[in-house]
Each structure stands twice: as structure tokens, then as C-alpha cells.
Write a protein that binds this ligand. Sequence first.
Ligand code: GRE
Ligand code: ZN
Length: 323
Amino acid sequence: MNDKIALEEHFAIEETLADSQVYARPEVWETLRSNLIDFEQQRLEQMDRWGTAYSVLSLNSPAVQGIPDRARAVEVSKRANDVLAEQVQRHPSRFGGFAALPMQDPDAAARELERCVRELGFHGFLVNGFSQVGDAETVMYYDAPQFDDFWAAAASLQKPFYMHPRDPLLSREPIYQDNPWLTGPTWAFAAETSMHALRLMSNGLFDRHPKLQMILGHFGEGLPFNIWRIDHILRKGRRGMRCEKEVGDYLRNNTYITTSGNFRTPTLLSTMLEVGSDRILYSVDYPFEKHEDAAGWFDRCEISESDRRKIGRDNARRLFGLE
Ligand code: GRE
Ligand code: ZN
């Protein structure tokens, strides 16, 4: 399939580049580094070669979410969004943008999102999990009441947001200590990100904003596989849960799920059975993942051509209002 749309595709700026270095062995860092700061060479070549017509780009992780100083978080997000806007302007038919936001300052985040959508033409925002605020050990999750106005502003723009992984703070998660191989994309990303998504759902964010749409990568960070059990248990007792519907209702009505970094047919089929092929979107996770692996799998996996069109392109066109 040669006209795919991909939407978990990352770049870095000087100020955020080093955040990605811990995830690369020294011998692959040079390549990852050069791919993260490149827009017009390797990135477009790989898209052309493996049939991605359009990529929605976002900053690397944790980037702005890992900057405890509010003023600096605001400054770095603006710089990243300006760099991205310039590339989108140069290649409007190839690149779109998700805003990076300084969630450390919810008012500033709402204003920056407005600027990015109204003036820069971005498709929404991508946030790398919780934000560190004030000092490195203080964390904020976005179901907290101080984000109510931010979410109202975000919902009024009628654009989706991507809840993207970051690692938990090891100082607060002793279970990862001495087991570094289980951090990052192996497991910690999915555990952290699925939990944050569950907090948003079960604290009523989507009751307050029923049209708001969240995108989850990596086949929903495991949620489709566990959604029956989550609701099965909660039906026996809600234990103070602060939402009106079942968690599965938010997964089926307020969530889109991408294939980023998880190129596996049984997982795709299970997700199709759980949420339907209208809510699944092709993505790569470049440059952390290869177009070759994503497209080499997706273009040939055993689904109907009608589902391949939806997942590879048409669902994203509809979600972002692309012609
Ligand atoms: C990502 O942003 O998706 C990512 C990282 C680091 C390692 C792997 C990965 O930020 O997929
Ligand atoms: Zn990613």
C-alpha cells in the first residue's frame, strides 16, 4: 500500500535530543540521532520507499514533559513547535504536526495548543505521559482538577490528542530497580501509559467532553487485550470510580489505537475484534522503529483490502479532516 498515513513519527531539537540517547546502544545512537534531527533526507526517503505518503510528526520523549522548570518548558515547547511548523510549511503534502505542550503550566499549554492549531495548522497535540513540575520528583497526571480548563480548551478545538509513553521515575517505581531491561519500550512504557489512559477514562474526562478523542500507540498499550476483564471486575463493584460509563465504552468511542512499534497480526486481529477496524490507524514510530518492519508487515498481513485501506489511510483522513 503506497499512500499510507503514519502518526507516531518523531523528531528532536537540540534541547531534547539527549533524552533519546538512553534508549540506544552506542553503536546505533549516531544513526538514531541523525534520523531524529533530519526531516528532508532519510525521513522522506524512507517514507517514499515504504509507502507512507503523509506523516504526522511529534517531538521525542519525554522532552517537554521532563522539564520541571515551567518557564523553560514553555520556551522549549514553543521552539519545537516552530521548528515543526517550518517543516510542515515546506512540505504540506508530506508532513503534519502534533504540538508539544508545557503541561507544567496548564494555562500556557492551552494557549500554545490554540496557537499550534489556529496559526500553525497542527492536527492536535502529543503528550509524553506525566509532567515533572517544579522539581524532578513532583509529577502530575492530567486527570487532576487543575487541568479542567485545559481540557475544555482542548476539546473545543475538536482535534485529537496522542497519549505517548515515557518511563516512570525509577525513584518512585522500585519494581524496575536492577531490572533496566524491563524499562522503556520493553514493558514500562506500556504499563505507565495504559495506566495514565485508564486514569483519564475512569475519572470522567470523556463524560465531560464526549467528543474528545485520545490516540494510543503500540496497539493501545495492551488495553484491548484486558478490557473485558477491567469491566468484568468493575461491574462487581465500582470502588468510587468517577465516570459514568464502562471503561470499554471510552475505549470504543473516545480512543483510536495505532500499530506503532507493534507489528503483529494476532494482536491486530484481536484489536479489530475488540474495537473494530474503524478505530485502528497505521503508524511506524520512526526513527525508533523501521518503516521496513512496519510496512513489510502491514502491507501483507492477512486482513481484507477494505480493512487495510481503512487502517492504512482512510481512518486517519477522517480523523484529521484531510482531503
Ligand atoms: C518512542 O518515543 O516511541 C520511543 C522512545 C524510546 C525508545 C523507543 C521508542 O522514546 O519507541
Ligand atoms: Zn513513539
